[in-house]
Ligand binder design. Sequence first.
Ligand SMILES: Cc1cc2nc3c(=O)[nH]c(=O)nc-3n(C[C@H](O)[C@H](O)[C@H](O)COP(=O)(O)OP(=O)(O)OC[C@H]3O[C@@H](n4cnc5c(N)ncnc54)[C@H](O)[C@@H]3O)c2cc1C
Length: 452
Amino acid sequence: MERHRTDVVVVGSGPGGATLARQLARAGRRVLLLERGRDWRRSPLYGTYPGALLYADKHALLFTREGLNIVRPLMLGGATSMYCGCSAPPASWWRERWGIDLEGHAREAAAELGVAPLPPELRGEASTRLAQAGTALGMDWQPQDKFMSPGRTGPFDCGARCMLGCRCGAKWNAAEYVDDAVAAGAGLLTGARVERVLVQDGVARGVRGRIGRRELEVEAGTVVVAAGGIGTPVLLRNSGLAAAGQGMAMDTTAMVYGLSPEGGIGQDPPMTWSAPDDDLGVLYSTLIDPWLMYPIVMAVKGPAYPFTWPRWGRTLGVMIKLTDELSGEVDERGGVSKGLTAADRERLRAAEEVAGRILRQAGCRPDSILTTPLRGTHPSATVRIGDMLGTDLQTEVRGLYVCDASVFPRALGRPTVLTIIALARRLAQQLLAAATPGQDTATPVLGAPARA
Ligand SMILES: Cc1cc2nc3c(=O)[nH]c(=O)nc-3n(C[C@H](O)[C@H](O)[C@H](O)COP(=O)(O)OP(=O)(O)OC[C@H]3O[C@@H](n4cnc5c(N)ncnc54)[C@H](O)[C@@H]3O)c2cc1C
């Protein structure tokens, strides 16, 4: 049994866990961050197809019982290792409905990370043509804010494969905040899978799990679970909080493709333009699956569809992201049930029609237009504020907090990461304010939290 003792133990290194660990460590708190995956950033496989199959849960073949494919990266940095780098400010309902003011935290983080749209010449010629077609139909297409700084570490080289992991270094990844946390003194254990929270008399005492073949126990006065929209409810259910994982949101996504004589968007950075329709509850954007993922995704649609693969280079894609209703569940073994409700289905049909019109306006052949199978990249709202959490993100167990996409009270229908970072900055501020001098100064059992 490997044992540690610390002030705050954080489970999961996605944007929620990484931000919290960084903010607390920089303020001098003793933090230990536990991540079940490994750091792939310096591996030659990072950002490649074999790499993506290794670090995505179930080799990217994770499906809900209803057949929706979930992309769930398990690695340092969490899903920001494979995200599209899009940013959106927190919705106004956080403040209006819940009294949670995230705007200042989001503004600070966005300024620090240089969030902005890509410059016009890097938005992709075909993607820009698609956005112009949408604009010609009266829609409000705008350049999409990005967590990307082209040329930061080398030449900018971004296409659809950017979603396998960023190889050119332009895209910010939460693993960078983990680096900052470690530089500020936080401990980090990778390959450390937490199985349950230790609770005594209604108070969190630490966590238990495994690191490789060894058992792992961490004693801590504050436990923050940030294992993502699926990992967090699994962990809480196995710790006796049975309501976790009842209902979830996914911002369920489909792409509508069309064959364009003028060339496709596969070499463009993903999602450089977008257009929200808040009345319908849909976000449209420019997106196509990476080259080798295309036939795999199409095989799920039906046996004839992979034969459209040769068109990939001339395909335009309109992404539809639905602000879906809460439904389904995550069970204690990580099995997920999530489909679309009747209302979601109806909105999806309406959005498909809009996407089809945009593609025809952009010159695509009407008989080439088709919709991909559904997928989910934003598992969220599984341990919701208002149901299981106070607005301080604390559970019914004192000292046990949640800080990731699980806490959303509903689907965002927008990029999630900036909102999660803002929630984590706010929680860090709250924990620091609550810490009385002299408290939480426990000494380590096996020395200071060790770096893996
Ligand atoms: C392909 C793709 C594209 C996306 N594009 C965008 C985008 O452009 N913009 C945007 O804002 N969002 C995007 N997202 C969504 C966004 O990345 C996620 O919503 C966000 O990363 C969720 O953050 P999180 O902190 O909740 O959890 P995660 O990022 O999922 O991190 C959770 C971490 O916890 C670890 N973990 C899980 N269980 C355990 C355990 N038991 N013990 C220890 N560690 C554990 C996991 O390995 C993981 O590293 C995209 C997602 C994907 C997959």
